[in-house]
Ligand binder design. Structure first.
Ligand code: 4AD
Ligand code: MG
Length: 477
């Protein structure tokens, strides 16, 4: 007798094999058919009970959600929808599940309800599929970089610097008794704090990753990052995972090539390795779309979208060209945009990004060469003196999925920019050292992992692609 998981059993062609398996009951009908799921696959295995030879109390305990162990034989299925099933010879209830109380019933639950039951939602088809795809995607990310000779670097979670200079950091203070001592001039005396200085949770591992790129050549991070921005949207989390490659001797064109190749590679990977889950999510999205007004439905199914991105070139467009397109666009002329585009220099909002991607180009777009003053201090200044070598990758349905840049490698220019943007040079002395000792052209980007999972699973809310979302007013679990 061999212990097997459901995925293995469903794949096995050898019938009349004795097996042992464990899992959770999804449904039990006619006192005879158990749909058993063990998480190894989206699919359940049908386990058929000989109820006449099973005692009444055991039968009553086979309820949705109960954990059970089964011994039996794999046989060809008589029923529709599956090729094999298990003829049960012995059943043991491992953990009961009171059907009166169990929140996850065999019916459709709203995503809002499931978010409140995030500890149980991964037992549903949709969330188990999303989380398996998420897991496979993380592996694909590491595979891509490892196979391309990048070094995985673990950058600090607690840091003293604001990598983005955007002031959206969660504070890490640890004063005794929660009482902050004051200096003579009445300010908080951080020299008495745990680290002897003001610290926060990292918003990005980029600056530290740059130190690795400038020694190991190619580095990447893949870790949690934190933003205290009060954005209650379907694309923002207060805690999210970011992937940040950083490469020495690579310019912005190389950076665009890398981002495009990387995204295509991981999408191809899951198209190959998550067939069942993606087929299910594709169908789910198609059904969800049917309940929407025609204008909001997507033109492509999930699988079509994934293949489209994997097979087509991303359109590369400068910020200046994009502004021209937006200024002359219908929604701008008809004042349909919430933020109208009047002049060069305007920051792009997600409505503009989505217009470019979804209406104008109808493919992923890489925007580059943004105005210096709407981008971070570390981006390389162009010869025009007003734009920087920044790039954002914009995706249909998502908007910005990647933000990156060629870094300012010239010491003097960087110091100038830091002064102009009020970035503390003393705090970033080590970052400036990179420009003093063997500086070189280098570039990198950050990809928001949850936005990638959103795109690949077709889930519309970012809270539904991370196990336990952290958002304003919510840190349950
Ligand atoms: O554009 P961002 O802020 O860029 C950086 O942090 C750079 N230091 C990256 C680099 O060059 N190494 O963030 C990068 C990406 C965004 O494009 C988006 O996908 C994601 O991180 N992101 C978020 N995802 C979820 N919730 C949030 N609040 C996010 N903020 C950014
Ligand atoms: Mg950005």
């Amino acid at each position: 007798m061999t212990h097997k998981n459901v995925a293995e059993i469903l794949k096995s062609d050898s019938v009349l094999q004795e097996v042992e398996l464990k899992g959770w009951v999804r449904t039990f009908r006619s006192n005879r058919f158990i749909a058993l799921n063990d998480g190894s696959t989206l699919n359940n295995i049908q386990c058929v009970i000989d109820f006449e030879n099973t005692d009444e109390t055991t039968l009553k305990r086979i309820t949705t959600g109960a954990a059970i162990a089964i011994k039996g034989t794999i046989v060809e299925s008589q029923g529709k929808g599956q090729s094999v099933e298990v003829q049960v010879s012995k059943i043991e209830i491992l953990g009961d599940c009171n059907p009166e109380e169990y929140p996850i019933q065999p019916k459709k639950h709203s995503f809002e309800f499931l978010r409140e039951n995030a500890h149980l939602r991964v037992r549903t088809n949709t969330f188990s599929a999303v989380m398996r795809v998420r897991s496979k995607l993380s592996f694909a990310v590491h595979k891509y970089f490892q196979e391309n000779d990048f070094n995985y670097v673990n950058t600090p979670i607690i840091t003293g610097s604001d990598a983005e200079g955007a002031g959206e950091m969660f504070r890490v203070t640890n004063f005794e008794d929660n009482k902050a001592p004051l200096t003579e001039d009445g300010k908080i005396d951080y020299s008495k704090d745990f680290f002897g200085k003001e610290t926060n949770l990292t918003v990005s591992g980029q600056l530290e990753a740059e130190t690795f790129a400038m020694a190991l050549g190619k580095a990447y991070t893949f870790g949690p990052t934190f933003r205290a921005e009060n954005s209650n949207t379907t694309r923002h989390l207060a805690e999210f995972w970011m992937i940040e490659p950083e490469v020495a001797f690579m310019d912005l064109d190389g950076n665009m090539d890398l981002a495009e190749d990387f995204i295509k590679s991981v999408i191809n990977d899951i198209l190959k390795n998550c067939k069942d889950d993606l087929a299910f999510l594709d169908e789910r999205l198609t059904q969800e779309d049917k309940s929407k007004p025609q204008a909001e439905r997507s033109e492509m199914s999930l699988l079509e979208k994934l293949r489209f991105v994997a097979d087509n070139n991303f359109k590369r467009v400068s910020y200046t060209e994009a502004i021209d397109i937006l200024r002359n666009s219908k929604p701008n002329k008809k004042k349909k945009f919430q933020y109208l585009i009047n002049e060069w220099g305007a920051d792009l909002q997600s409505e503009h990004e989505r217009y470019l991607v979804e209406k104008h180009f109808k493919c992923p777009v890489i925007l580059f060469d943004y105005p210096a003053n709407i981008k971070a201090f570390y981006m390389r200044l162009n010869d025009d003196g007003k734009t920087v070598r920044a790039m954002d990758v914009l995706f249909p349905g998502i908007g910005e999925i990647v933000g990156g840049a060629q870094r300012e490698e010239r010491y003097d220019v960087l110091v100038e920019k830091m002064k102009a943007m009020n970035i503390d040079e003393k705090e970033l002395w080590w970052y400036l050292d990179l420009r003093k000792y063997g500086t070189a052209v280098h570039s990198g980007f950050g990809l928001g992992f949850e936005r990638l999972v959103q795109f690949t699973t077709g889930m519309s809310n970012i809270r539904d692609v991370i196990p336990f979302p952290r958002t304003p007013q919510n840190a349950e679990f």
